[in-house]
Design a protein around this ligand. Sequence first.
Ligand SMILES: Nc1ncnc2c1ncn2[C@@H]1O[C@H](COP(=O)(O)OP(=O)(O)OP(=O)(O)O)[C@@H](O)[C@H]1O
Length: 575
Amino acid sequence: MTRLNDIMEKHARLLSSKLFLKRRQVEVVLNRSVLAWRDVEKSSRRRSGISNISQTAHSHAALLCEIVAVRKTEDDDQEDTETRRSQKKAKQHSEQHPYALTVSYVRRTRQHQWRCSDATFHCASQGLCEQWIQVINEQLSLFTNRPKSLLVYINPYGGKRQGKRIYEQKVAPLFRRACISADVIVTERANHARDHLKTEANLDKYDGVVCVGGDGMFSEVLHGLVTRTQTDKGVDQNQSEAELVPCSLRIGIIPAGSTDCICFATVGTNDPVTSALHIIVGDSQPMDVCSVHHNNIFLKYSVSLLGYGFYGDVLTDSERKRWLGPARYDLSGIKTFLSHNYYEGTISFLPAEDNMGNPRDKLQCRSGCGVCQHKPSSKDTHCEMSEEKEKSDKDGSRVWSQIRGKFIAINAASMSCACPRSPKGLSPSAHLADGTTDLILVRKCSRLDFLRHLLRHTNKEDQFDHSFVEVHRVQKFRFQPRHHELVSLEDLSDPQKKTGFRPICSTATTCNYTSAHSSWNCDGEILSHAAIQVSVRCQLIRLFARGIEEQQQQQQHQCVLEDLCAPWAPEPDTH
Ligand SMILES: Nc1ncnc2c1ncn2[C@@H]1O[C@H](COP(=O)(O)OP(=O)(O)OP(=O)(O)O)[C@@H](O)[C@H]1O
């Protein structure tokens, strides 16, 4: 009964009028979930039934939650693309229907991209026009998840140095249209945004923080915001077992870097307009964050990839070639592959609960993901429970496992790490917000085998289906390199200063000189220690995103269709 009431309530017409759109008369209907309009002429011919398509040439619908704004249309706002003859007609028409309102709404285009479309409705009565604007605005004001005030950091040097232009030309006009106020800070140095967030920013003023840049810029905002939240709540980040407090502000990413993986993984495309629209409609995507410690020293947070061995070496080498631009990653990748180094060490991990799926179950994390929505039980959420307790836990799935060996790569993927180059990513079934990370161990193998493994990231074959690869879904892990660490980060980056460790190579003749240690690549930054402890902090942050929409057209059409049926249906009999 309640559900029926809910449906009736949702579908009850709030307003319905005959208005004009591009000089054609349209019937416009608003209910609590959809604004729909269709040509009066065509619809009267097919009164017998509803077309089974949500957006035919003559009927359109916009979900209310995806309406960006509604405004009174000013004269100079009106489209002026017509010929002289039709301009004359248009003039006559606008004299008869001088009042107009413009509704801006989200329209889906290809490949998860969103655009902002306008529909301008004309009418003869000022009162009617104002009534439409008022009622739509009243409905929009019910969406309390929409941000009103944002703090924006722009990295002017990220990617192709287009951050400022992208923000000013593509994003700011949309924010203005949606009446979002934004305080903009163009960063003057690396870590400017992080430091400002940590100490200075008056966060009470804002509903969210936006970064315009690449993954490095996102990492700055992540560190600034998480650290600030812990400081405000008196949590010591150095305590690896401390329970971290989730951040209340959401983070928006306007992609403007050379690597925008976090944006791609959470929105499905790297497009500034799409990201701006996700911010405007107030989307919310929870996200896990891994905290990385060396003993009881906090090192970094990671949301995407922690990679030791291959990916650590690629990053270390590419940092020396920054002058090459994005091409450095390819060059360093080839060089590291040819070096074919491997590293010895011990990895210990605490497996995830059985009900958290597994990295090879082919379940992909998509918008509204069931695995991530599964509210972790108290057992799951206590990612911070003491080590002793975990060890003594009788439940088999909660016992720490240990693997000692020689590894070409040790990767922890907290998300699929899909990007345009590797559409399925390092771990295609990793989830954004399930409180786990996928630990991928690539043991010493031949160069050819490793190449076969790497190539599988770009095709449909299972990259885990090799005897030398194993993958575990874990809540925590630790890594201890075989030799004690004797070198600092500075030493590692300077080959002259390297310690007397001999390289460990499969074939001594083809190995480059290397230390017994690799470095950890932590979301694109090098960590200063090889021995680390990692804990996944379930849903510590939220982004202005909704995850990748699956078969987006279908999903949206289905959704719109359900609601479309209601506006055109006759008003329910009140008796
Ligand atoms: N004003 C600035 N001057 C110099 N560096 C900055 C500035 N603002 C931010 N940074 C730093 O620039 C680095 C790279 O930025 P970002 O991620 O936006 O671009 P990117 O081109 O994707 O990066 P990368 O070069 O790592 O691929 C970040 O680590 C950030 O700390």
